[in-house]
Write a protein that binds this ligand. Structure first.
Ligand code: CP3
Length: 348
């Protein structure tokens, strides 16, 4: 097939229309997803390749999207390292034995991906078989910092006091922890590409809680290593975080081909700071989809206008799609981005 517009955009090549996919595009806003989750737990779905495959394809069958993303989560790799993860209804992920000391770090195992997440690798093979050459499949992992945050906080966190104070108080153990997470994440990303993932996204969702100097010293070297490992497979790599707009010039140093940008900045201003060497993914406010269609359209137009047809834009939200998002707006958004950006090309 001619290469997809999504993969072309990752490489900053011209496209016939702007590609679009949505972070968390398979999820609770879709009735088809809720129907599966009514019968199986989150971990059961992730660990059953046929179910993960089915859910991955739900948004692809419902909307005009340019990439699929494998249905999984960033946290289950922690289970194989020795952490007791649960998804608690109404609360989100909980780790019952969080890391509190250097000894806890030293007790962590570093299993290979084949040992740690064979079900996700199998789900990738199934989805590729189903998709054929229709659209590419994205694999993903959490980045070392964001995983460390869950491992130390024991769940979501408002101020990230535990993870940041561990970093400051136990710098040697911190670096040992980040080394172990880097090994596990690198193996996981490489194995996903081996199983058939055609692009890889690294979610560093919480890196923006750090001051830029701390990001550079304690986090960036590990982000660089996982990105380089992922790129060694030959597929493009997307690095995504939120609240990183105060350190955009640092982000190309991750080495990623594409940087994901949240909605708290104009995408043109973000790209100016990121520089010409990266593609950009984003950045509609996920809550904009709750508005009337005219407002969704106005904001989508604004993003396309700011990009101005520059090669290397992948339309997405600035963070994951939220539960209760009106499905009709998602459908119209995907169609609109294609239609509008294709006309722009024609108009010159
Ligand atoms: O994008 C996709 O469609 C692929 C699936 C995907 C999930 N999680 C499924 C999921 C992806 C890419 C993720 C990534 C993820 N998981 C991140 C990084 C992205 C981000 O949003 O910042 C993080 C931080 C997590 C951890 C996580 N998993 C949290 C905090 C929660 C609970 C909060 C929430 O949104 O429910 C989860 C659960 C989760 N992961 C759900 C889904 C569809 C909801 C589970 C359910 O109740 O059905």
């Amino acid at each position: 097939m001619t290469e997809s517009r999504f993969l072309r955009a990752c490489r900053r090549e011209p496209v016939d229309a702007t590609p679009i996919w949505l972070m968390r595009q398979a999820g609770r806003y879709m009735p088809e997803y809720r129907a599966v989750r009514a019968r199986y737990s989150m971990l059961d779905v992730i660990r059953t390749p046929e179910l993960a495959c089915e859910i991955t394809l739900q948004p692809i069958n419902a909307f005009e999207l340019d990439a699929a993303i494998i249905f999984a989560d960033i946290l289950p790799v922690l289970i194989g390292m020795g952490l007791d993860l649960e998804f608690v209804k109404g609360e989100g992920p909980v780790i019952n034995n969080p890391i509190t000391s250097p000894a806890d770090v030293d007790a962590l195992r570093t299993p290979s991906a084949e040992e740690n997440a064979p079900y996700t690798l199998e789900a990738i093979r199934l989805v590729r078989r189903e998709l054929g050459d229709r659209i590419p499949l994205i694999g993903f992992s959490g980045a070392p910092f964001t995983l460390a945050s869950y491992a130390i906080e024991g769940g979501g966190s408002k101020n990230h006091v535990e993870v940041k104070s561990f970093m400051l108080s136990e710098p040697d153990a911190w670096h040992r922890l980040m080394d172990k997470l880097t090994a596990v994440v690198s193996s996981y990303l490489v194995a996903q590409a081996g199983a058939g993932a055609q692009a890889l996204q690294v979610f560093d969702s919480w890196a923006g809680v750090l001051a830029p100097d701390d990001f550079r010293e304690y986090v960036l070297p590990y982000a660089q290593r996982v990105v380089a490992a992922a790129q060694s497979t030959g597929v493009p790599v997307i690095y995504f975080g939120t609240d990183l707009n105060g350190m955009l010039p640092l982000l190309p140093e991750t080495g990623a081909d594409v940087i994901g940008v949240d909605w708290r900045i104009g995408i043109d201003h973000a790209w100016a700071q990121l520089g010409a060497g990266v593609a950009v993914q984003g950045n509609l406010d996920p809550v904009a989809l709750f508005g009337p269609w005219a407002e969704v359209e106005r904001r989508a137009d604004d993003i396309l206008r700011r990009v101005g047809g520059r090669p290397g834009h992948i339309f997405n939200l600035g963070h994951g799609i939220l539960p209760h998002t009106p499905v009709e707006n998602v459908k119209r958004l995907a169609e609109y981005v294609h239609e509008r950006s294709a006309n722009r090309e024609k108009d010159g």
